[in-house]
Design a protein around this ligand. Structure first.
Ligand code: GLU
Length: 473
């Protein structure tokens, strides 16, 4: 491309499954590059594989991109609607002698080439002069000699000897153009200047370059093949082994801005030791030429840590707003009538300080809203049944709390002094009270939670726990 040319990039997902975090990283890099260069970002749905493509996957991609704030300037275009363009390109290539018809079946080719050193098609039909038509594939006549060079901003110039590239099929014997052709025709038609995509496409890129040149479409685009994402065992992320669907992260309560920030660091890092970047900083500082070649570790734990940072940076009100999908509707563990917004608000800052994902919210506040109230069995076993002083402490706490003003510090002091009479530290003294009132040995700070529950409910729950311990005992 020339300097004066406007940058035009595309994100070209195939709608054959859940939208993958690797796809989201590719989309983000394209988008950042386009925004940085004041170029255009095009969304193209590559649905040439009719059997594997599904409109609902396309919906998932569109919704995930929107959620991540990755907006497109043109599209979405669907390859399935662009067939006439591919047919026209095939006619041009045929006309110029770049293609030939081939009636070899896969089995015949395999039988003929099984002992050869170079794998792939052996050029059997090259000079047979077969008339093209249904029942015959069309193959691209790759030059016997010479080098095809892919100019890659991440990897430098990558050279492929033409003798190692087989005469590949671009139209199937049923007349359908193949993906390798469609991509090039679309990229030419859409005037794409930079092709930024996953590394797995690098091996087929020389074929794209050959078609591009044969169609006489100068200038060639620049490429950037992005490093693969791997798990902690350095295995390529896979949907069978790893959590890869953007939708899953959304459901778990990841913030789109946190995921976007984390994805941006998978293959690129800003100068200085910074990790949290605003979208404006990403746009101005991201450099395609600085993207790494080595695989990038997609670390779910680090992503969760990032998400926690982003959650803590939300204002009180934003936190409440972001919580909504998790405290009402399908995620909630209580009905709308049981929920009390005022109570939730009173404890929300304590929840916000503790969670890594919004999906953890219900677990922290279910003691307030879920009816009937239930104590977690292992917690009850540990803090009440196996503690011979538990019932005494609960009874003493009950008496003290019945007369209290019900303020945080006061409730704490009362429990400290009960503990002192039994030579116990606060942590141990509060365990049975916590399980009796909040249902679990872990969770929000006890005394704030007791205030939120209110005296009547706290006394009722303590009574319930004492009753149960006595009945069992
Ligand atoms: N449709 C391809 C994929 O989803 C992308 C190919 C490309 O970006 O050129 O992997």
């Amino acid at each position: 491309m020339t300097d004066s040319q406007q940058v035009r990039v595309r994100f070209a997902p195939s709608p054959t499954g859940y939208f993958h975090v690797g796809g989201a990283r590719t989309a983000l890099y394209n988008w950042l590059f386009a925004r940085q260069r004041e170029g255009k970002f095009i969304l193209r749905i590559e649905d040439t594989d009719r059997e594997r493509s599904d409109e609902s996957w396309t919906g998932g991609i569109v919704s995930a991109l929107t959620w991540l704030g990755i907006t497109w300037d043109e599209g979405p275009f669907h390859q399935s609607e662009r067939r006439p363009l591919y047919d026209a390109a095939v006619a041009t290539l045929l006309d110029r002698g770049h293609l030939y018809a081939c009636d070899c079946t896969r089995e015949i080719v395999e039988a003929r080439t099984k002992d050869r050193a170079t794998p792939g098609y052996d050029g059997f039909c090259r000079d047979r002069g077969l008339e093209p038509g249904i029942g015959k594939a069309l193959r691209f006549r790759v030059p016997d000699t010479g080098i095809t060079t892919v100019h890659d901003l991440v990897r430098g110039d990558v050279e492929f000897a033409n003798e190692t590239i087989e005469d590949f099929i671009i139209v199937k014997s049923n007349g359908d153009p193949l993906y390798v052709l469609a991509v090039v025709v679309d990229d030419i038609d859409m005037k794409i200047t930079h092709i930024i995509r996953a590394e797995e496409h690098l091996p087929t890129t020389p074929k794209a370059v050959l078609i591009w040149q044969a169609l006489d479409a100068a200038p060639l685009p620049l490429f950037a093949h992005l490093p693969v994402l791997v798990n902690e065992k350095r295995q390529k992320l896979s949907k069978r082994r790893d959590r890869v669907a953007v939708e899953d992260y959304r459901q778990l309560g990841y913030l789109p801005e946190a995921l976007r920030n984390y994805l941006c660091l998978l293959g690129w890092s800003p100068t200085e030791d910074r990790e949290v970047l605003t979208i404006e900083e990403m746009i101005s500082e991201f450099r395609l030429e600085e993207v790494n070649r080595s695989p990038a570790f997609f670390d779910e734990k680090r992503l969760a840590h990032f998400n926690g940072l982003y959650i803590r940076a939300l204002s009180d009100e934003e936190f409440i707003e972001r919580s909504r999908p998790f405290i009402s509707g399908e995620h909630a563990l209580w009905t709308e009538r049981q929920f009390d917004e005022g109570l939730f608000r009173s404890l929300a800052p304590l929840v916000q300080a503790r969670i890594a994902t919004l999906g953890e919210i219900p677990g922290y506040v279910k003691f307030l809203f879920a009816a009937p109230f239930e104590m977690d069995e292992p917690s009850f076993e540990k803090a009440v049944r196996r503690d011979e002083l538990a019932v005494t402490i609960l009874s003493e706490a009950r008496s003290a709390y019945a007369k209290a003003e019900f303020e945080v510090e006061e409730l704490k002091e009362l429990l400290i002094s009960i503990g002192e009479q039994h030579d116990r530290k606060l942590a141990k003294t509060q365990a049975p009270v916590r399980v009796a009132t909040m249902g679990s040995t872990v969770g929000l700070p006890l005394f704030e939670s007791l205030v939120a529950l209110g005296r009547e409910e706290v006394l009722r729950r303590i009574d319930g726990a004492i009753l149960r311990a006595n009945e069992e005992g």
